[in-house]
Write a protein that binds this ligand. Structure first.
Ligand SMILES: C[S@@+](CC[C@H](N)C(=O)[O-])C[C@H]1O[C@@H](n2cnc3c(N)ncnc32)[C@H](O)[C@@H]1O
Length: 291
């Protein structure tokens, strides 16, 4: 039986398709996304539930490996994660660790981020860029992250009245200085897609973008605009990370919509991989540009 299945799979693969058996626990009808009327493909809810004990706007639980770190950037992140309101705005510490490790391995020269917010993901990325450059030959250009945010106040007063949001831009700049990562970060204030388009020629001259983290406007139109702004300068082999891709859990539909429609929205060709994230499983999608 196994031999027949292997033979069938080999035959199908020669046509450019593949056959993958979906375990019974993961197969089934996709769930309807909360309030969006759209479908959330995959099985994020059933297969990997978020932690339902989270109370709104409380600090994130700190994993011990971050809690025990003594580097200045980790201490700044710790302080941020302990602040009321860091959830749900910031990436979780675990997602931050994932992105940090991703950057350590990819070694991008130019990273674009939409959605600076309080600077958590920016610090995770910038600290990885610094580590990457530690052994670089003298005279080579330092790798940088360009981060875009309009720094507008959220409409929900339960959030905008939190001290984390008052003078957000000043606090973010101070955070980058205290973390020792400010020289790797270029902050662009204003609408993200407009800002990226304005910088695109400069990115092209510097060799293009190898990694973009799209985490700004979470509506389908906003995610689409950010993606289309960066795509012309994204290298072949470059990556785009989308955050908050399980609408039924995170409550926004733009990143999921973009992941599902990438081949009609973009002019490039992409490999798409959805990724579960702890502890709340808002999810990541990894897009790798093939052509
Ligand atoms: C979820 S937060 C980003 C979180 C951040 N990446 C982190 O994990 O630490 C989204 C941010 O996008 C910003 N934003 C939303 N729409 C935007 C737009 N059109 N242009 C620029 N920034 C925008 C918001 O002000 C907010 O700070």
């Amino acid at each position: 039986m196994a031999n027949v299945a292997r033979m069938l799979r080999r035959m199908v693969r020669t046509t450019g398709f593949d056959v993958v058996r979906v375990p019974a626990a993961r197969a089934g009808t996709p769930r309807s996304a909360a309030g969006t009327g759209e479908l959330s493909p995959g099985c994020a809810v059933d297969c990997f539930p978020g932690d339902a004990t989270f109370a709104p706007y409380n600090p994130w639980p700190i994993p011990p490996d971050l809690g025990s770190s003594t580097t200045p950037w980790a201490r700044v992140l710790l302080e941020l994660y302990r602040a009321r309101g860091s959830w749900p705005a910031c990436v979780s510490p675990e997602v931050g660790m994932f992105i940090h490790a991703f950057v350590r391995n990819l070694r991008p020269r130019i990273v674009v981020e939409t959605g600076t917010c309080h600077g958590a993901s920016t610090i995770w990325i910038a600290s990885a860029l610094i580590a990457n450059d530690a052994g670089a030959t003298a005279g080579s250009a330092a790798s940088v992250i360009h981060t875009f945010d309009d720094f507008s106040l959220p409409s929900n007063p339960a959030i905008s009245n939190l001290s984390l949001y008052t003078e957000r831009e000043r606090l973010v700049r101070e955070r980058f200085e205290s973390a020792g990562v400010a020289d790797r970060i270029r902050i662009h204030k204003g609408d993200s897609s407009t800002g990226i388009i304005a910088q695109r020629e400069a990115f092209d001259r510097a060799g293009g973008v190898q990694l973009a983290f799209i985490d700004g406007d979470h509506s389908p139109e906003g995610a689409r605009r950010d993606f289309l702004a960066v795509e012309p300068t994204l290298n072949i082999g470059g990556f785009i990370l989308l955050h908050d891709v399980w609408p039924a859990i995170c409550g926004c539909s733009g990143p999921r919509w973009l992941a599902d429609n990438i081949h009609s929205v973009g002019s490039g060709t992409y490999q798409v991989c959805d990724f579960y994230t702890a502890p709340l499983n808002y999810g990541l999608t990894i897009l790798r540009r093939l052509a």
